[in-house]
Design a protein around this ligand. Structure first.
Ligand code: CTP
Length: 471
């Protein structure tokens, strides 16, 4: 590598370098080395990686939010290592800078080249590598991060951590770090159930190490089933975000003094005493929004149709059945600063609700004429008096998502629409992951796939920013 010291550079370049280094979460010296390396490599992917946030920003509209959060990802040697590539991608989508360490065993499953291409800088692999030690050194590596994430965390790495070993780069960094550690264990179910592993995990939990997973399911080995599958990348991202400082906005008290009204779940429209019209909404998204708003300090009224999900803590919950009950409960809960309409309200109900169970007769199938239910979102958004400052709707679509959602925004008079694809293949309805397009009067933002909890946190963050600061 050509030798060049920062002192030799002119002031203008130094200033640009400082800015670029700050944006990428590196020291100025590291930034120079990264640029020189990328120039030497002549590799476009690597050159783009020298400014990871620029590349991400070009894709999205979030120019004003630079990469500030940093994760040191330690990739252990297990079949689940292949998921680490997706994990890195998901983290970077969220503007989290990722620096990776690969154990020798990890390199048997995935290559440093692929990790480097996705992470934006080559992974560190050797404890006694002269170049890496010269570059950052394992102690700096252990400190220049906000979170140390171990995924997959193998039984061996877990045992080393619990015992305080430091005979390779990964274990040395884990011993040297004073940052929060998050483990995503992955191993064969018998190894996971082994008393030694359980003892080690208990020790690490007592030491303040956090963990996510493992999940229960089919293992890579044929015929093996049980607890030991590494958590999915998005689950790990959600757990990491909850531990990263920047993600604490949802717990920041940003909505203290605000009243947030949320509708959630389906409605049930009775046909007779035993039958009703319903839909597949689980209430997960609406309940997550209510929980996130409450965690941010808001007084929350959650008006929910019949759901199986647990009641979110710290909210006033009003249980309803029908669309008309929901409208009445919403109107009774006003005024509110913000109203989020996440419920999948049944559009129609039967014109009559039979008092008795409708019987089969020789005259054939019954006629069930339908009438339209009130549109709760439109009713609230079009209120002349007492309209919440921010009215947010959802658009559940199975085709032409953004186009339909834009029409809904105009028709219903709300301020924002969160459009999501609810076609069966998307797995959104009833599932844990959501892919949102946020549509406002003047722009469309494509959010990456996220858990419904994450969507709730991001939304709460956006609401807090959009509301005028309280005087
Ligand atoms: N909504 C409502 N009251 C209704 C119907 C819908 O408050 N009677 C709200 C939903 O909570 C959501 C938004 O309106 O925030 C859009 O709901 P969606 O089901 O996507 O659309 P619909 O208005 O029902 O239109 P369509 O079924 O034709 O897509």
């Amino acid at each position: 590598m050509p030798s060049l010291t920062v002192r030799q550079l002119d002031d203008k370049i130094k200033q640009r370098l400082r800015l670029r280094a700050a944006r990428n979460g590196r020291s100025v010296e590291d930034e120079v080395r990264t640029i020189l390396r990328s120039a030497a490599a002549g590799d476009e992917a690597f050159a783009a990686a020298a400014a990871p946030d620029e590349r991400v920003h070009r894709k999205s509209e979030r120019k004003s939010e630079p990469t500030t959060r940093r994760v040191l990802l330690i990739i252990g040697g297990g079949i689940a290592a292949y998921k680490s590539l997706d994990l890195i991608r998901r983290l970077r989508e969220r503007r989290v800078a990722v620096r990776a360490i690969m154990t020798p065993a990890a390199q048997r499953f995935i290559t440093p080249l692929s990790v480097g291409a996705i992470a934006g800088e080559p992974p560190f692999t050797e404890l006694f590598d002269l170049q890496s030690e010269f570059d950052v050194g394992h102690i700096r590596l252990a400190r220049d991060t906000e979170l140390v994430l171990v995924a997959p965390a193998t039984a061996d790495l877990i045992a080393k951590m619990a015992g305080g070993h430091a005979d390779d780069l990964a274990s040395a960094v884990l011993l040297a770090t004073d940052r929060q550690i998050l483990l995503a264990p992955a191993m064969n179910p018998r190894m996971w159930a082994n008393k030694a592993t359980l003892r080690n995990m208990a020790q690490l939990a007592a030491d303040g190490v956090a963990s996510v997973g493992p999940n229960t399911g089919e293992m890579a080995e044929q015929g093996e089933f049980g607890a030991g599958r590494m958590a999915e990348p998005l689950e790990i991202v959600a757990a990491a975000e909850a531990l990263l400082p920047g993600a604490e906005v949802a717990r920041s008290g940003a909505l203290v003094g605000r009243h947030v009204l949320v509708t959630s779940g389906p409605t049930h429209e009775p046909i007779d005493p035993v039958r009703y019209i319903a839909n597949r909404s689980s209430g997960k998204q609406g309940h997550a929004i209510a929980a996130a708003a409450a965690a941010a300090g808001a007084a929350v009224t959650l008006v929910s149709g019949p759901v199986q999900v647990p009641d979110p803590p710290g909210v006033r919950l009003v249980r309803v059945e029908t669309a008309r009950d929901m409208l009445a409960a919403v109107e009774a809960a006003l005024p509110a600063d913000v109203a989020v309409f996440a419920a999948a309200v049944a559009d129609w109900r039967t014109a009559t609700n039979s008092r008795e169970k409708i019987k089969k007769t020789a005259r054939g199938t019954p006629e069930l004429p339908l009438v339209e239910n009130p549109d709760i979102l439109a009713t609230v958004a079009h209120r002349k008096a007492g309209r919440p400052a921010l009215v947010i709707g959802f658009a559940a679509e199975t085709e032409r998502l953004v186009e339909h959602a834009k029409q809904k925004l105009a028709l219903k008079g709300c301020d924002w629409i969160l459009a999501n694809d609810v076609s069966p293949e998307s797995g959104v309805m009833g599932g844990d992951i959501n892919m949102i397009h946020l549509i406002t009067r003047d722009r469309v933002e494509d959010w990456p796939p996220q858990t419904k909890d994450e969507v709730a946190n991001v939304l709460v963050q956006r609401i807090a920013t959009a509301l005028e600061p309280r005087r």
